[in-house]
Design a protein around this ligand. Structure first.
Ligand code: DAH
Length: 338
């Protein structure tokens, strides 16, 4: 059959075919691997060299033309399918889907990730610890004695009758877990959720977030602590802020401090710094020898500092949030702002 007749036949059959299956059969018959066009091409070697080129071109343009006809017919089947779907039950698959609403990271997650990056850049490891913790790690190994007020059931959620399992009340237990698995020197931070049994109000919640930090090395001193805290502040507030230390008492550090930073929001006193120009940033100190010992580290050889950054408080400070409970109550109107 000459190419013109073949094309004519293909056109008629494609136009008349009933469905996509029939169309596939036609495609195979004409332009498939063993189809008519393939047969034409297979003849080429038997032809006079002078005729080969023209023959090949004819076969190829025939193939092109048939493929185009098939493509057009295929489209009519697809629109046909949509039309009948639309009619069937009122569902219209051609209507564009509603825009998906995009979420965003929770402000606590945002600040956690930023600080993780900052500490990683200073050579720290980021650690995780269990939220249900043994009394040993949460209290005992941190030099918090049995009669310490923090152990009161008013303050701590106990998980068993004997009182050996608690919801961790701070991220400090990760200090002990870190020491047990490492040889000094090392630097770690451990962000996470902590829990306290207390009456909630605008500045207290039963669940909040902290980031523990710990450095153990040779001759680590308060100077290292202050330097690190200044770097931390630069990371958070994007500028240098003065800091000061006040004495603070925590059983797991000696000496212990409350570190304040110059209020980043004012020069002469505002509501955030309660008109003092200082904001309480975090408690910290040099690790108590008993704590190093509890972690299997010799306090004669090694020393270190630790700090406990309140992430929930930091987020409130950063975004001027006036009630800590917003951070957990999952109100979309609140969360959409971040
Ligand atoms: N764990 C303490 C708390 O939650 C905070 C703290 C104080 C952590 C002093 C420290 C530190 O690492 O050195 O109240």
């Amino acid at each position: 059959m000459n190419p013109e007749d073949t094309l004519q036949e293909a056109r008629e059959r494609i136009g008349a075919c009933a469905d996509e299956v029939a169309l596939k059969d036609i495609e195979r018959e004409f332009v498939g691997k063993k189809g008519l066009v393939a047969a034409m091409l297979a003849e080429i070697p038997k032809l006079e060299p002078a005729d080969r080129k023209a023959h090949g071109q004819k076969a190829n343009s025939l193939k092109q033309a048939i493929l185009e006809l098939i493509g057009e017919r295929q489209k009519t089947f697809e629109t046909g399918k949509l039309d009948s779907a639309r009619r069937a039950d009122g569902f219209d698959p051609t209507v564009p889907a509603p825009q998906a609403r995009r979420g965003s990271l929770h402000p606590i997650t945002q600040v956690t990730r930023e600080l993780e990056d900052l500490f990683i850049s200073m050579g720290y490891e980021v650690l995780d610890g269990p939220e249900v913790e043994l009394d040993h790690y949460n209290f005992e190994a941190l030099n918090i004695t049995k009669d310490h007020p923090a152990r009161d059931s008013q303050d701590t959620f106990y998980c068993d009758e004997e009182g050996s399992l608690v919801l961790r009340t701070h991220t400090s237990p990760v200090q002990i877990r870190a020491m047990e698995k490492r040889e000094p020197p090392f630097r770690v931070v451990a962000p996470g959720r902590v829990f306290r049994q207390e009456t909630t109000d605008a500045s207290h919640d039963h669940t909040f977030y902290q980031m523990e930090g710990m450095v153990v090395g040779k001759d680590i001193s308060v100077a290292h602590l202050i330097g690190t805290m200044k770097t931390l502040l630069r990371g958070i507030f994007e500028r240098d802020l003065d800091v000061r230390l006040r004495p603070g008492h925590f059983p797991f550090v000696e000496p212990g401090f409350e570190l304040d930073a110059r209020c980043p929001f004012c020069q002469s006193g505002c509501s955030v710094c309660k008109r003092t120009t200082w904001i309480e940033l975090l408690p910290c100190g040099l690790i108590h020898p008993n704590v190093l010992r509890a972690g299997g580290i010799d306090p004669e050889q090694w020393s270190g500092f630790a700090f406990g950054l309140g992430l929930s408080r930091l987020v409130m400070l950063r975004h001027a949030i006036d009630d800590v409970r917003h951070l957990l109550d999952g109100d979309i109107r609140f969360l959409e702002q971040f």
